[in-house]
Write a protein that binds this ligand. Structure first.
Ligand code: 76R
Length: 276
């Protein structure tokens, strides 16, 4: 028998794996622990979070969930699914058996977009047709260099994001409709691209107020994308989602799963918030 016990890493060719994990706390079980056992449990979770956050290319957001839909949430980003799986199992057990009960979870991957504006497109449509610049001119070249730099940063953010500690986090899964004349997947690429450009225009008006991370989940989970929005004011979450509903991409094609709202907190405050 092959006794090769090496675990084969599952690192995508590009991007990282992403897990959204939501738990209920069983306060009945927690009440059975002694003060010493509770301290140990919290130390255990704190050490695990520290270990995860010290892992290269790995990020862990921890938050308290608003409303009894869930109590505690984590968003884990890491390249290797084997590592994500190991951390996820450890997180579930970190406060001891039967304390954390998973209530919802979502698996996705960071991805670049097929609708991103290409260099050629930007040059032709924006610089030549839009601004009347001639190729080769100083202005044209410097605008193009600026575009290259902005896009490199943008693509890096989509594939290898570092998320800010903004207090409000919103997560929901979504899919594009596939019914009758509203089948996103039977539209030609050019039409989808045009529709997505409208979507992006709306999105960009929230720059600095909403940080959005769209992660792909076709073949990985129930819906097609996970939507993660970070904000400093919940009104920006409410208004971007409302405004997007009027945008054709969402109005005609979007289908949504459950919404979760959380608050990112340092661990000591998180424990206090969760009455642990
Ligand atoms: O400029 C670019 O090239 C990128 C533009 C862009 C893409 C490709 C973009 C911009 N999004 C893209 C893709 Mn988005 N987004 C959502 C939601 O609630 C709803 O109705 C929809 C949920 C929000 C709130 C949002 C916000 N986006 C996608 C995709 C993948 C589509 C596909 O591949 O078919 C989905 C599912 C999706 C959904 N989007 C933006 C935003 C915001 C705020 C922006 C501007 C980001 C910025 O420029 O900083």
């Amino acid at each position: 028998m092959n006794e090769d016990r090496q675990i084969h890493p599952l690192v995508p060719r590009e991007g990282w794996h992403v897990m959204h994990l939501f738990y209920h706390i069983d306060h009945g079980q927690w009440a059975l622990l002694s003060g010493e056992e509770r301290r140990e449990a919290k130390t255990n979770l704190t050490e695990l979070v520290g270990e995860i956050r010290a892992t290269p290319d790995t990020h862990l957001l921890a938050f308290s969930i608003a409303t009894p839909k869930a109590d505690l949430g984590f968003m884990l980003l890491t390249p290797d699914l084997q590592v994500a799986n190991q951390y996820e199992k450890q997180l579930s057990l970190s406060l001891g058996p039967d304390i954390l009960t998973p209530v919802y979870s979502y698996l996705s991957q960071t991805e670049s977009s097929e609708y991103t504006t290409t260099r050629e497109q930007y040059a032709e449509e924006t610089l030549v047709a839009g601004k009347g610049l001639s190729p080769g001119s100083h202005e044209y070249e410097s605008a193009l260099a600026e575009f290259d730099e902005r896009m490199a940063g943008y693509i890096r953010h989509r594939l290898y994001p570092v998320l800010p500690d903004w207090p409000a986090i919103c997560f929901y899964p979504m899919s594009k409709r596939r019914s009758g004349t509203d089948n996103w997947y039977s539209l030609p690429f050019e039409e989808r691209k045009k529709l997505m450009a409208g979507h992006a225009r709306t999105g960009r008006t929230y720059s600095g107020r909403i940080l959005q991370l769209i992660t792909g989940s076709t073949g990985l989970d129930e819906h097609e994308w996970g939507v993660t929005l970070l904000a400093k004011d919940t009104i920006d979450i409410k208004s971007i989602v409302y405004e997007m509903r009027f945008d054709e991409v969402s109005a005609r094609f979007a289908e949504f799963g459950d919404f979760y709202i959380g608050m990112q907190l340092p661990l000591d405050l998180l424990f206090r918030r969760l009455c642990l």
